[in-house]
Design a protein around this ligand. Structure first.
Ligand SMILES: [Zn+2]
Length: 484
């Protein structure tokens, strides 16, 4: 949970600013060193590398498109173990694609168009690194002076401003144009770019329509950093027509992609736990909790991030029990959190929560904008394992939380997962199946292991409302990974 710097710089890198003078495609030694330094940090923040045959496929398609961009052998393409739909580029030509994105593309050419678009950001914007780095330093220093603690700063949402950094419309157009050029040069159907953008727009609609009010991810990450503003779909299709090629005159390699995507993990990774609306459950750790109404949960490999009404923020995490007992764990955590900030302890409660020994420490931290109420709740889960919540409200806002308030409901909801509950939390995967003569969207989507099976089926397979899957073709289903 010491990832503020890496996360913040990653977010900064995901959103580039300023002008993008065109330069010959090349990767400087300085950029390469920067990318190599960021690479392990980015992987740690975004779910780690997804080590599967699909990763080699993404790297191979990436290399083909990099060669078309004049960057043969210069780039590193990584498939990331995250179900968030996203792709991003870091100076040094390190390009990342999530398995969430890999699941929704429709063909190899569409995959290549996403990678080509990210390459476009590298080629168009690689001179911006220094500027963004110094911007980060500046923002970082201001944020630090607020509380004197990096971790508190992150939790307080100071880092949230990085999320609002996005590519501009002109940068998106430029990357679309470069991406299409690379796609064409690599021998792929250039119409795949517009089709992929349409698919991402459909994914955005699907997410908005199926996400509960309390769910955090109503806009996919990719659409946040690469806004689908204006007329990018029409513009890309127009650019494809301008090549003089007919649609599908060049291959999309749909079959190759559908073979590769078969068996891909879909949705939450059981090793990272499941976010089910306001509930979090981790079948491997064997624990669960539920946040009160109005709170949202976001899963990350290091912690579950919580955000609640009135700017309340928090994290759920865990670690090994130190020598001593759960009080020593809570104390060590509080010390690490508060850092150099001034504050005092308002109260310490020991007790049992759902049969687990617990310690709740309430503190008041002096910050520039006023007093920040901070609560640390720690649990002894047995077997040398401890878990915790950290909760805080913005400076000057929010009263001192109490066990009877919303945070008390959250703290009181933590408990071991029953064996039956753990068994119901099963991993899912993508299966590709042939479309039989009698098959329609209804019969195929009935085989989906998802509460929004029909809409998910249409989105994953690029079908419009009422459109039938093509008999003789293949479609993607999401199924229980244990099912045969
Ligand atoms: Zn973009």
């Amino acid at each position: 949970m010491r990832g503020l710097r890496a996360l913040a710089s990653a977010l900064l890198l995901a959103g580039c600013g300023g002008t993008a003078a065109e330069r010959p495609a090349q990767v400087s030694e300085e950029d390469r060193a920067f990318g190599a330094e960021q690479h392990p940090r980015l992987l740690a923040e975004f779910g780690g590398a997804y080590d599967a045959p699909q990763a080699r496929y993404v790297a191979a398609v990436g290399e083909r498109i990099a060669a078309a961009a004049g960057l043969s052998g210069e780039c590193v393409f990584t498939l990331v173990n995250s179900d968030v739909v996203n792709a991003f580029a870091v100076p040094g030509c390190y390009i990342y694609l999530t398995r969430g994105m890999f699941a929704i593309v429709g063909s190899e050419a569409e995959l290549a168009s996403v990678l080509g678009h990210e390459l476009g950001h590298i080629v168009g914007a690689h001179s911006q690194r220094q500027q963004r780095r110094s911007l980060f330093r500046r923002l970082g220093v201001i944020a630090m002076s607020l509380t004197g603690s990096e971790r508190l700063t992150r939790l307080a949402g100071q880092a949230a401003q990085y999320f609002t950094l996005r590519y501009s419309r002109d940068q998106e157009y430029k990357s679309d144009d470069l991406g299409l050029r690379y796609l064409r040069a690599a021998g792929y159907d250039p119409y795949a770019e517009g089709e992929m953008l349409a698919r991402l727009a459909a994914n955005e609609r699907f997410t908005a329509e199926t996400a509960g009010r309390d769910e955090a991810r109503s806009i996919p990450e990719w659409a946040r950093s690469h806004p689908l503003t204006g007329n990018r779909v029409e513009r890309a299709l127009e650019a494809a027509r301008a090549t003089g090629l007919a649609d599908d005159a060049l291959p999309e390699n749909e079959g190759a992609y559908l073979r590769e995507v078969d068996g891909l993990l879909y949705g939450d990774d059981p090793a990272q736990g499941f976010v089910l609306g306001r509930r979090f459950a981790h079948p491997v750790m064997g624990v669960t909790f539920e946040a009160p109404a109005g709170w949202t949960l976001t899963n990350s490999p290091r912690a579950v991030l919580l955000s609640g009404p009135g700017g309340a923020r928090g994290e759920f995490g865990g670690g090994p029990m130190p020598a001593g007992d759960i009080a020593a764990y809570a104390e060590g955590l509080a010390e690490a959190l508060v850092g150099q900030a001034a504050g005092d302890v308002a109260g310490v409660e020991r007790g049992l929560v759902n049969g687990l020994e617990s310690v709740v420490v309430r503190m008041r931290i002096q910050a520039e904008g006023g007093v920040v109420p901070l609560t640390v709740a720690a649990y002894d889960a047995g077997g040398g394992q401890a878990y915790h919540f950290v909760l805080l409200s913005p400076p000057g806002r929010g009263t001192m939380p109490t066990t009877s308030g919303a945070d008390g409901a959250l703290i009181g909801s933590f408990r071991p997962l029953t064996r039956e509950e753990a068994m119901r939390l099963r991993p899912r995967m993508v299966r590709t199946v042939p479309v039989g003569p009698g098959d329609g969207a209804a019969s195929l989507s009935a085989r989906m292991a998802d509460p929004n099976g029909r809409a998910l089926f249409a989105m994953l397979n690029g079908l419009k409302a009422g459109e039938r899957p093509r008999p003789g073709g293949r479609v993607k289903l999401v199924v229980d990974a244990a099912a045969r």
